[in-house]
Design a protein around this ligand. Sequence first.
Ligand code: GDD
Length: 331
Amino acid sequence: MSKRALITGITGQDGMYLAELLLREGYEVFGLVRGQNNPKLPVLAAELPDVKILTGDLMDLSSLMRALAASQPDEVYNLGAISFVAYSWENAAVTSEVTGLGVLNMLEATRLHAGSDIGRVRFYQASSSEMFGKVQDVPQRESTLLWPRSPYGVAKVYGHYMTINYRESYGMHASSGILFNHESPRRGPEFVTRKISQAVARISLGVQDSLSLGNLDARRDWGYAGDYVRAMWLMLQQDDADDYVISTGETHSIREFLDLAFARVGIDDWSEKVRVDPAFFRPAEVDLLIGDPAKAREVLGWTPTVGFPELVARMVDHDVAEQEALLGRSA
Ligand code: GDD
């Protein structure tokens, strides 16, 4: 009989890549979708028609219990969250609830569902490199002291430790992936990489003049989302649950991303095209992220396959093609 997986956050970038991977691996995949008339649902249904949709909300324990009863999963992937860091200062309470307490609800629903046979359902929590915030080690590892710098980061720390707590208290097979930034053509347009790739595409086609950004000096360890969902899956295939840093081990600034993105469309000097707008600066910044993925490499056999230049090229090429299609031009 094929394995079954339940994914929260199925309509997000990672949910879609993970669902594709699990379907390829022969799983029956269930996705939890929130809200009435969710605008992302038609995209999901068109791109991944084999995913079975269940409705529920991380804030509603009984809806999670019903989703678990309906899907009878072998594996639960908790990817659902409010995930935009900048938003979290203005909406700190709701971010804490969904991104923090939502993890507790999902863990508790899974524990109650599994009953006395706690090991029969494996659990993945989407932890984040934002938990390292004001970094206390370079590079950051599983053992690095957490020092979050945003309400989002604080909420992720809560979920991370609660996952460890369920593992230690109840013997749940609950793993936590500390994923560094991971991008793709499916990335939401509010995040800096996609904001840049979409704007560069439009600027190259002459339909936009310039792009407004915040701090160009922040550095991130950017990988490809398709690679990172494989790491999630590998974690749940291990005999023992654990925590893993998932990263490339390289760091680049927003400026470097801009260099490669503009060069991809033949623009070498972008200084006139980019405006720095204080509105996009954050009350507290995470200046430098660079992860050490040694444990994931050694234990999971995981390595990233898409490097930084290739990632930027894929995103820009995708957005040029998408914008051309929107404008009715041929590629
Ligand atoms: N979004 C955005 N928009 N970021 C900007 C901009 C802008 O106009 N200008 C500069 N930045 C800088 C931000 O200040 C930050 O330092 C960096 O670009 C990356 O911002 P995001 O792409 O929004 O991602 P993030 O690093 O804050 O968070 C992402 O990665 C985390 C993993 O570390 C999100 O995906 C989180 O959900 C995830 O946990």
